[in-house]
Design a protein around this ligand. Structure first.
Ligand code: WT7
Length: 653
C-alpha cells in the first residue's frame, strides 16, 4: 500500500521497537513471569506485594468487594505509613542512607536528609501537630513550595492519622479556600514563600486570604523559607517556634488499612473539584510495588528523581510514598527547569548521578524546543531508566527523550494512571517489554484493564474505544470526599460494573494499548473519529515542529474540522514563517495519517495554553479556532499566553 492510500485504520503506525538492554533485563526486579503469576491468582499476588510493607496486624481478607464500587483492601490489617516510609529503614540499620538530596532553586542552596534525619524531623512535626490539637481523623491542608518540610508534613500527618490535603502552591486563594472548606481542614501548613524563576514567590498572603474566608481553620503553621516579610495573625504559628522545640521521639500507632491517608482535589472540566480519597494499606502496597517494578529500583545503588510537584498525585505517589516505602535515595528540586539556565535539570542529573528519571511529555517537548545542544553539554551517563507520565507521549518526543537524554539505550516507560487510580496501572516493564514509542503497552501484573466499545464489549485487536478497569485494584480511590453519589456517577455508571477512566484508547494488532487522551478530546470529522493526540503526534513527527495542540472546530461541511496550533523547534530558525511551511505541515499530516486527518487550518504560535499541571487547555484554543472571545483563563499556568497567541493571530479576539 502506498503511503497516500493509508487510511485511518493504521493511524499511529509506528514500527520502531526498543528491546530492553540485555544487562537490565537479566537483573530486572520483575520478569515476564509476573504477568502469569498475577493472572493465576490475582489476590494472592497482591497479598505478596502487601508483604513488602511492615504490618502491625495482618489482614483477614484481601479484598472486600461486597458493596461495589466501594472497595476495602486488606480488611482488618493495621499499619503506619510513616513507620513504613521512615522508621523501619532506620531500624534496619539504614539510618545514614540518604532519603533526599534536596536542591533549592537558588544555586548552592541544598540540604541532605538521611532516613535518620527524616525520622527526627517527622517525629518533631508529629508532636507539634498534636500540640496544635490535631487528632487522628482530622484534616490538614498543606500549601507549600517544594521544600523538605512538605514531605515531612505529609508524613507527620500520616503518622498521627490526620488526613492531609495538599493543594498545589500555584492555586489561587479562592481555589485554596474551596478545598480547605470542602475537607473542613482545621490546620493549614504553609511557608512564607518559595523560589520560582530566580525570585521569592510568596504563599502566605494567599493562605491568609483563604484562611480568613474559610470557616474551619484554627491554626496556620508557617515555615520560614524566603525570609520575606509576612503579615502575622493570631491563628499563625511559626514552624521554627513550635516544631524545633519538640522531642524527636514519637511512637507511631498503627492505623486501619482503610484509614483515610489523604484527599487530593482534581478539577474536572465542569463542576466543583473532586476530593479524591486514598486510604492506607492498599495505596501504600501499590505505590511501593509499582515503584519497584516499573522503575526497576535498586535502593542500594539507584538515585531516583521524579521532577513533578508534590502538589500533584505524581509527587504524592512517586516522590513521597513509593520511593520512601522502598527506602530509595531521591532528588527533590524546588524550582523551574530554566533557572538560572536551561540546562539546570541536566546539571542536577550530572551532579547527583541520577539513574532513574521520571518526568512529563510537556517538559520533554519544551526541551526539544530549546534545542538538542543543551542536554548535550552534560554528563547524563548515569541514567538507566526514563519514565513519562501525564498525557500521551508523542512517538517523536519518546524517541528524542531516549536519544538525547537516555543515550539511545535506556528504556522509556510510558506510565498511564490518574489521581483516581493512585498508582501506575498501565506501563511497560523496563526489563521485559520491547518498547513502542507512544504506547503505554500493557496493564501491570495484577491490573485488569481493557478497551471497550460503547456497549461495554471488549474491542478486538486493531480496534479503539474507551479505557476501562475491570477489577478493583489496591490503590483505587475509595470515594469522592463527602460525595459517594458523585463517585458512583462519575466513575461507575457509564458501563455497568466497570471503572470508566474517561480516556480513549486503542489496541494495536499485538493487543498493546495506546492512550488517546480524554474522550472529550476526540473529534468527529466527516463521520470519522479522530483523536487530537494522533494528529498532534503526526505534527510533532515533522522535524521542524516542537509542540502542537489540535482541536475540533465546528465546520459547516465536515461537522468538525481539524485546527492545529504549532510551535516550531528552536533550531528551525526563520524558515518556519509563511504559507509554504503550513502547506508542508498539512501535507505531512495527510501523508502520515491519511487525507481525512489533514488540518483545515494551522496556526504558528509561540506558546500553548496549559494548566498548572501541564495539560493543554483545548477549550481556549477552540475559542480561538471558532473566532469566539476567549473564555475563563484563570486556571492557566501563565495567563498571558492567550494574549501572545491572539497577537500572532489578528483574527482571534
Ligand atoms: C489523566 C490523569 C497520573 C499522574 C498525572 C496526571 C492522562 C496520564 C498518561 C499517559 C496518556 C496519560 C490521562 C489521564 N494521562 N498519564 N502515560 N498516557 N495519558 O494525573 O491529573 O489525574 O490526570 O492524565 O488522560 O486520565 P491526573
Amino acid at each position: 500500500m502506498s503511503q497516500s492510500q493509508e487510511t485511518l485504520s493504521n493511524l499511529l503506525q509506528e514500527t520502531r521497537r526498543f528491546d530492553p538492554p540485555a544487562e537490565l533485563a537479566e537483573a530486572a526486579n520483575v520478569k515476564a513471569d509476573a504477568y502469569d503469576e498475577a493472572a493465576t491468582d490475582r489476590l494472592g499476588f497482591w497479598e505478596r506485594q502487601a508483604d513488602r510493607l511492615t504490618w502491625a496486624k495482618r489482614w483477614d481478607t484481601v479484598l472486600d468487594w461486597n458493596n461495589p464500587p466501594f472497595a476495602k483492601w486488606f480488611v482488618g490489617g493495621e499499619l503506619n505509613v510513616a513507620y513504613n516510609c521512615v522508621d523501619r529503614h532506620v531500624e534496619a540499620g539504614k539510618g545514614a542512607k540518604i532519603a533526599f538530596h534536596w536542591e533549592g532553586e537558588p544555586e548552592g542552596d541544598t540540604r541532605t536528609l538521611t532516613y535518620a534525619d527524616l525520622q527526627r524531623e517527622v517525629n518533631k512535626a508529629a508532636n507539634a501537630l498534636l500540640e496544635l490539637g490535631v487528632q487522628k481523623g482530622d484534616r490538614v491542608a498543606i500549601y507549600m513550595p517544594m521544600i523538605p518540610e512538605l514531605p515531612i508534613s505529609m508524613l507527620a500527618c500520616a503518622r498521627i492519622g490526620a488526613t492531609h490535603s495538599v493543594v498545589f502552591g500555584g492555586f489561587s486563594a479562592d481555589a485554596l479556600k474551596t478545598r480547605i472548606e470542602d475537607a473542613q481542614a482545621k490546620l493549614v501548613i504553609t511557608a512564607d514563600g518559595g523560589y520560582r524563576r530566580g525570585k521569592p514567590s510568596s504563599l502566605k498572603p494567599t493562605v491568609d486570604e483563604a484562611a480568613a474566608a474559610a470557616d474551619c481553620v484554627e491554626h496556620v503553621l508557617v515555615v520560614r523559607r524566603t525570609g520575606e516579610e509576612v503579615a502575622e495573625h493570631e491563628r499563625d504559628v511559626w514552624w521554627h517556634d513550635i516544631v524545633d522545640r519538640q522531642t524527636d521521639q514519637h511512637t507511631a500507632e498503627p492505623h486501619d488499612a482503610e484509614h483515610p491517608l489523604y484527599i487530593l482535589y482534581t478539577s474536572g472540566t465542569t463542576g466543583k473539584p473532586k476530593g479524591i480519597l486514598h486510604t492506607t494499606g492498599g495505596y501504600l502496597t501499590q505505590v511501593a510495588y509499582t515503584h519497584h517494578a516499573v522503575f526497576d529500583l535498586k535502593p542500594e545503588t539507584d538515585v531516583y528523581w521524579c521532577s513533578a510537584d508534590i502538589g500533584w498525585v505524581t509527587g504524592h505517589s512517586y516522590i513521597v510514598y513509593g520511593p520512601l516505602a522502598n527506602g530509595a535515595t531521591s532528588v527533590m528540586y524546588e524550582g523551574t527547569p530554566d533557572t538560572p539556565h536551561r540546562g539546570r535539570w541536566w546539571e542536577i542529573i550530572q551532579k547527583y548521578k541520577v539513574s532513574i528519571f521520571y518526568t512529563a511529555p510537556t517538559a520533554i517537548r519544551t526541551f526539544m524546543k530549546w534545542g538538542d545542544d543543551i542536554p548535550a553539554q552534560f554528563d547524563l551517563s548515569s541514567l538507566r531508566v526514563l519514565g513519562s507520565v501525564g498525557e500521551p507521549i508523542n512517538p517523536e518526543a519518546y524517541v528524542w527523550y531516549r536519544e538525547h537524554i537516555g543515550a539511545n539505550k535506556t528504556p522509556v516507560v510510558d506510565t498511564w494512571w490518574q489521581t483516581e487510580t493512585g498508582a501506575i496501572m498501565i506501563s511497560p516493564l523496563p526489563g521485559v517489554t520491547a518498547g513502542k514509542p507512544g504506547a503505554a503497552m500493557k496493564p501491570l501484573p495484577g491490573i485488569v484493564a481493557d478497551v471497550v466499545d460503547d456497549q461495554a464489549q471488549a474491542v478486538p485487536n486493531g480496534g479503539g474505544g474507551f479505557l476501562v478497569v475491570k477489577e478493583p485494584w489496591p490503590s483505587m480511590l475509595r470515594t469522592i470526599w463527602g460525595d459517594d453519589e458523585r463517585y458512583v456517577k462519575t466513575y461507575w455508571s457509564r458501563f455497568d460494573g466497570l471503572y470508566f477512566a474517561g480516556d480513549g484508547a486503542k489496541k494495536d494488532e499485538d493487543g498493546d494499548l495506546w492512550l488517546l487522551g480524554r474522550v472529550d478530546d476526540v473529534m468527529l470529522v466527516s463521520g470519522h473519529n479522530i483523536s487530537t493526540t494522533e494528529v498532534e503526534s503526526a505534527l510533532v513527527s515533522h522535524p521542524k515542529v516542537a509542540e502542537s495542540a489540535v482541536v475540533g472546530a465546528t465546520d459547516p461541511v465536515t461537522g468538525q474540522a481539524i485546527v492545529a496550533f504549532v510551535i516550531p523547534r528552536g533550531s528551525a530558525g526563520e524558515e518556519v514563517e509563511g504559507e509554504d511551511f503550513i502547506k508542508e505541515l498539512r501535507d505531512h499530516v495527510s501523508k502520515t495519517l491519511g487525507p481525512i486527518a489533514k488540518p483545515r487550518q494551522i496556526m504558528i504560535v509561540p506558546e500553548l495554553p496549559k494548566t498548572r499541571s501541564g495539560k493543554i487547555m483545548r477549550r481556549l484554543l477552540r475559542d480561538v479556532a471558532e473566532n469566539r472571545s476567549i473564555g475563563d483563563v484563570t486556571t492557566l499556568a501563565d495567563s498571558t499566553v492567550m494574549d501572545l497567541i491572539s497577537e500572532k493571530l489578528p483574527s482571534a479576539k
